[in-house]
Design a protein around this ligand. Structure first.
Ligand code: 73E
Length: 807
């Protein structure tokens, strides 16, 4: 605590009596990071000594969540700190709440990256995360009359104690300009890129502490600055306004995270961001991380670059450019190294979500890279045509360069051609990649395709977010070894049949529900009854995820009760909780948010359903809210149309916190159900092959409307204006989209969903049986630790190994 007071006095410049909560939080964070610093330096020292193969995880997003609690846990400081602070009259929990979470990601993809670096550190794997330090992360969502309004996320304003800026290590990244032939000293003709402009990338380092192992890995995020040449030149010419504009232009590159999820943004600034962080990272790795006169032909022994979706795929031509243009290697030598050091993870199945950059834009921004991509493609097509001599259609389908609707570069094809491995993120997803999305490639490169099912870190999403359950598990297992060895949860299985254990498990869930109720009152002024079933759907708002299906269930119950078709006494009291952000430009998603809030307003105010149906939609769902919401859930909603959700990771978090899942046969739900068994999972809906068949044979949503009275009543009620003060026009776009288009077959799965919900009600009516299932969900969920995902990547993709500490 002496350390802490020193930080308060000399770091924050205040004494205890005058320190604000923010001062106190910052001082504590700095104290903790001091403590970790020795281990960080030791990790780096050992890394350069051992020269083991490392993993570089390249990702445009790292959705970290709050740092303080995780750092305390990793360093085993929580108890000491709590005690010491309380001696000073300070409540640790108050300081925890003061932290603004870094929201440098949109959803699952960004959170996955954060879980992976946590696991890599915990497993002693030499690794580094590379990404972008956005000045503004994912927007803060507010509701105005139930409609989403976005506010900027200024996460840096109160200070950011977890980062270490290194302006002296800045690297320069160039854009634009032109390419021409030039003659080398030895007479060889080479291509020379003369860029038009450049910016500096300043690295900000973040500690990634392993759990209880003394290791601290690094996450390096890049921030854009104007180069000195850039502003000096203009300043000297006396045009100050222009100089400031230039500065702004450069710094815009890392200004804001694109709030799009599961769809690409074909914007120039987005491509600038991608190249910016990738170029900084490769340069950093080659010039700074590797030893001084490292022979780059040995690069594959020292590094594997994992490409988190196509966002960093421009790294492939960038490494070719470094080797061919800067190091003056032959094309073939360069290619033989490049094709050994990258692998690509695909996170989607929606064809519209695969990134394609227009040749016009790429050629303007990165002319040399475009040439390199063309050459890679030429040689790829040469091989392809040799393998399939009379199949021009196939060559066109597989070409890296698309010709329609405009000339474009297909980043997924580039990644697949150059990558050592291509993986999907759940068993079904990887299967569908091989069979459908990248079928031609799977045929051409049979050994390249593999699966690594996603996972989540049990440190954050069980140990920290659910202390009650964690205590129970530790007691049952006999130690806390399960926190870094999640298969140990299997030992809980026999306890599912132990009445006393079930009672205590139920008590933990009830306490978590009360905790959530309290948080939502304080955070949002939402009042909930903890004695109802908590039925939770939290994820980005997207039509394929089908929040409307959940909503139609709510509206159906409401309609049935208010018309007397259903006796209110027969309805299981439920709280329907939603959490979802819509991409600001996604109109239908924003309409659906408006509709959920509108239904909530009506239902919550109607005495006829009071105490039976409640809708809660707290604004700004984020990692911090997830940490209290998920442990309080009874029922987990995973209801995407089969074949659309690549994996899902929320589904795993719910399972491991003792919620039962109602879900389709999609993404990782398939594996969850296999592990937990049909008796402990509420499956419903069309399977992927059935979906394909329905779509093939012509889907007519209106026929479901016409033949299913429940569905008709629910849709009619929305269309009547019952949730919009009688105004029929407000939600007309949602209703007519469902009736006439319904791309994601909501109406086709509606009845099956209602039936499954009836099974949920029946099961919930037997608390002992329900608790038994919930315990089995936890006991069989160990597979979904991101530690296991890392083992799979290490074995199947990276071929790297942990480097245990010396002692
Ligand atoms: O199914 C999830 C998956 O669990 C998938 O939709 C998500 O990635 C998760 C982690 O594997 C995802 N995000 C994106 N694509 N797939 C994406 C695309 C563009 C921008 C931002 C995110």
């Amino acid at each position: 605590m002496r350390e802490y007071l020193r930080e308060l006095n000399f770091g924050q410049g205040v004494d205890l009596s005058r320190a604000s909560v923010n001062d106190q939080y910052l001082a504590l964070a700095r104290t903790v990071r001091h403590y970790l610093m020795v281990r960080w330096l030791e990790t780096l020292r050992r890394q350069s000594e051992v020269q083991a193969k490392s993993v570089a995880y390249l990702s445009a997003e790292f959705l970290l969540g709050r740092q303080l609690d995780n750092a305390l846990l990793a360093a085993d400081l929580t108890d000491i700190v709590e005690e010491g602070l309380s001696g000073l009259g300070i409540d640790l929990d108050t300081l925890r709440q003061a932290e603004v979470e870094p929201g440098l990601g949109n959803g699952g993809l960004g959170r996955l990256a954060a879980c992976f670096i946590d696991s890599l550190a915990t497993m002693n794997v030499p690794s580094i995360g590379y990404g972008i330090r956005y000045e503004y992360g994912i927007f803060r969502q507010t509701f105005v009359d139930g409609w989403q309004v976005e506010k900027p996320d200024s996460w840096l304003t109160l200070g950011s104690p977890w980062e270490f800026p290194h302006p002296e290590m800045a690297v320069e990244v160039s854009f634009g300009g032109s390419v021409a032939d030039w003659e080398d000293d030895d007479g060889t003709v080479r291509r020379r890129w003369t860029p038009g402009w450049s910016v500096l990338g300043v690295p900000y380092n973040y500690m990634v502490p392993g759990y209880g192992n003394g290791r601290v890995n690094t996450l390096r995020l890049w921030s854009a600055r104007a180069t000195r040449a850039f502003d000096l030149e203009i300043f000297n010419s006396g045009d100050y306004a222009q100089a400031v504009r230039a500065q702004t232009f450069a710094e815009n590159i890392s200004k804001v995270l694109y709030p799009e999820d599961s769809t690409p943004q074909g914007k120039e600034l987005r491509l600038q961001q991608q190249y910016f962080f990738v170029a900084c990272s490769l340069k950093d790795f080659v010039d700074q991380v590797l030893p001084k006169d490292f022979d780059l032909t040995n690069l594959p022994d020292r590094i594997h670059f994992q490409l988190n979706d196509t966002h960093p795929v421009i790294a492939i031509p960038e490494l070719m450019r470094i080797l061919v243009d800067e190091k003056k290697w032959s094309w073939d030598d360069a290619w033989s190294v490049v094709r050994q050091v990258f692998s690509y993870t695909c996170h989607t199945l929606l064809p519209e979500a695969l990134e394609v950059w227009s040749v016009e834009l790429l050629g303007r921004l990165l002319p040399r890279h475009l040439e390199i991509i063309y050459r890679i493609n030429e040689e790829f097509l040469l091989g392809l045509r040799a393998a399939y001599p009379d199949d021009e259609l196939r060559a066109r389908r597989m070409s890296i360069v698309a010709e329609f609707p405009e000339r474009g570069i297909r980043m997924a094809h580039l990644a697949t051609v150059a990558g050592v491995k291509v993986n999907g993120v759940a068993a079904l997803h990887s299967q569908l990649l091989r069979d459908k999305v990248l079928h031609d490639f799977a045929e051409y490169y049979p050994g390249k395709f593999t699966n690594v099912t996603n996972g989540i870190t049990p440190r954050r999403f069980v140990r920290l977010s659910n202390p009650g359950l964690s205590g129970l598990i530790t007691e049952a297992v006999g130690s806390d070894a399960w926190v870094s060895d999640l298969d140990r949860l299997r030992e809980l299985e026999p306890l599912a049949d132990d009445a006393e254990f079930r009672r205590r498990f139920r008590e933990v869930k009830a306490a978590n529900k009360r905790r959530l109720v309290q948080v939502l009152v304080e955070r949002d002024g939402i009042e909930l009854d903890p004695d109802t079933m908590f039925d939770v759907m939290v994820k980005r708002l997207h039509e394929y995820k089908r929040q409307t299906l959940k909503l139609l269930h709510v509206v159906t119950l409401y309609q049935q009760i208010t018309t007397g078709a259903l006796d209110v006494e027969d309805v299981t009291p439920r709280t329907f909780a939603f959490g979802a952000k819509a991409a600001p430009g996604y109109r239908m998603a924003k309409q659906i948010i408006g509709l959920i809030n509108a239904v909530g307003r009506t239902v919550n105010a109607d005495p006829a359903v009071q105490g039976r149906l409640t809708v809660a939609f707290p604004a700004n769902y984020n990692v911090t809210l997830a940490e209290t919401l998920i442990p309080a859930a009874d029922l987990s909603e995973q209801i995407s149309l089969a074949g659309k959700e690549a994996s899902g990771t929320g589904n795993m978090k719910f399972m491991l916190n003792g919620a039962l899942t109602i879900g389709t046969d999609d993404g990782a739900n398939v594996e969850i159900r296999e592990l937990v068994g049909d008796d402990n999972f509420f499956l419903f809906g069309l399977t992927e092959p059935e979906v394909a068949e329905v779509v093939e044979s012509g889907y007519h949503p209106t026929s479901y409307y016409e033949t299913n009275p429940h569905l008709r009543h629910a849709l009619d009620l929305i269309a009547s204006g019952a949730f919009s003060d009688g105004d029929r026009s407000v939600f007309e776009p949602v209703v007519s989209n469902l009736l006439h288009e319904d791309r994601f077959l909501v109406l086709a799965d509606f009845q099956a969903y209602l039936d499954a919900q009836a099974r949920v009600d029946a099961a919930y009516a037997d608390p002992e049986a329900w608790t038994r299932s919930a315990i089995l969900n936890v006991a069989r969920g160990g597979f979904f630790s991101s530690d296991r995902s890392m083992r799979d990547y290490l074995d199947r993709v990276w071929h790297a190994h942990p480097v245990p500490p010396i002692s």
